[in-house]
Design a protein around this ligand. Structure first.
Ligand code: GDP
Length: 345
């Protein structure tokens, strides 16, 4: 998958505003599971398929897996891979939110059309803005009888202004959705409020992601500039660097390091130097390399700069370590953590 067909999107939402339901819909309406296939499978009522045991189990994986990838065929026939990055909403002191956001090039800010922005929305949004991510605002639960989308949009605008968002972030794209019913629109009139006819799919949301979240290292992207690359080609040509964002455990293979390849390429079976946070390097061999594929991971021979992957076979390895090429091992800068100030009374 070429870099310009790749999108890394963090999903930011207050608890219960619909992050999980929206993720499910993006997966099930993607090219892998087209709506008509779902219709066929479920005898014409594709909502029903969501209730089968298998999908419920997979949904459980969504919650714990944190990352998933949507393979999506757009209406123009082009294939895209959208890495959806779940962000923890709770206030944490370990910098997890910053590290996770660092894998993304843009974010979906999901807000309940009745409740409006809430504390978790604000907490994570502030951190996303600090690293230059711009939000696509998703006003979800538009089907609720008491939805008040215009007010909620004003509240989102005020919040962004209060957080000193740059002008282009204040001019945010908006998608209105009913994740529960599987539809979305960029037009409030057509969004199905008050019994109006609504669209029957999430096309408007896929389109907004493809259009407004930059591809990794796209020309002029703030994230590319922050990483020191003017283009994806430059990022690919650089020596391998990958920041370990999370560690998963498996009884069979032990520690699995998940993160974004910042520069170069990473290959299954290759020798790498793992540099820990104390700056000490240790040469090790990668046993297996996985990319995200739907709710699962799939073994792949190579992953390129800008994509997110899971690396098997490295130990010792820890969060914040850099996986680098042995010829030119260079640690990535530590993710800056904006620790909340504790007030003593
Ligand atoms: P999360 O905590 O952000 O992951 O939220 P969930 O996706 O688990 O959704 C929380 C609750 O809101 C669930 O009961 C969903 O069925 C419901 N929900 C999600 N999206 C919608 C929507 O578009 N409309 C309505 N009415 N309910 C929704």
């Amino acid at each position: 998958m070429a870099q310009n067909h790749l999108r890394n999107v963090a999903i930011i939402a207050h608890v219960d505003h619909g992050k999980t339901t929206l993720t499910d819909q993006l997966l099930y309406q993607s090219g892998m599971f087209r709506t008509e296939d779902l219709d066929k499978l479920a005898g014409g009522q594709h909502n029903l398929i969501m209730d089968t045991g298998d999908l419920e189990r997979e949904r459980g994986i969504t919650i714990t897996a944190k990352n998933c990838a949507v393979n999506y065929r757009h209406t123009d026939g082009a294939d895209y891979k959208i890495n959806l990055i779940d962000t923890p909403g709770h206030a944490d002191f370990g910098g997890e939110v910053e590290r996770v956001l660092n894998m993304a090039d843009g974010c979906l800010l999901v807000v309940d059309a009745f409740e409006g922005p809430m504390p978790q929305t604000r907490f994570v949004l502030q951190k996303a803005l600090a690293i230059g991510l711009k939000p696509v605002v998703v006003i979800n639960k538009i089907d609720k009888p008491n939805a008040r989308p215009e007010d909620v949009i004003n509240e989102v605008f005020d919040l962004l202004a209060e957080l000193d968002a740059p002008d282009d972030a204040l001019d945010f794209p908006i998608v209105y959705s009913s994740a529960k019913n599987g539809w979305a629109s960029d037009d409030l009139e057509k969004a199905g409020m008050n019994g109006a006819e609504h669209p029957d799919n999430m096309l408007a949301l896929y389109s907004a992601i493809l259009e407004h979240v930059p591809a990794p290292y796209a020309e002029g992207s703030s994230r590319g500039a922050a990483a020191g690359f003017a283009s994806g080609v430059e990022a690919l040509a650089a020596p391998l660097q990958m920041m370990v964002t999370t560690i998963q455990y498996s009884d069979y293979v032990g520690r699995i390091a998940v993160g974004r390849v910042t520069a170069g390429r990473i290959n299954a079976g290759q020798q790498v130097t793992v540099i820990n946070r104390a700056g000490e390097g240790k040469q090790q061999k990668i046993l297996k390399l996985n990319a995200f594929d739907g709710l699962k991971q799939k073994e792949v021979p190579q992953v390129i700069a800008g994509d997110i992957c899971a690396v098997v076979g490295l130990d010792p390895i820890d969060i914040g370590d850099t996986i680098a090429c042995p010829d030119r091992p260079e640690a990535l800068p530590a993710v800056e953590i904006d620790e909340p100030t504790l007030t003593m009374t």
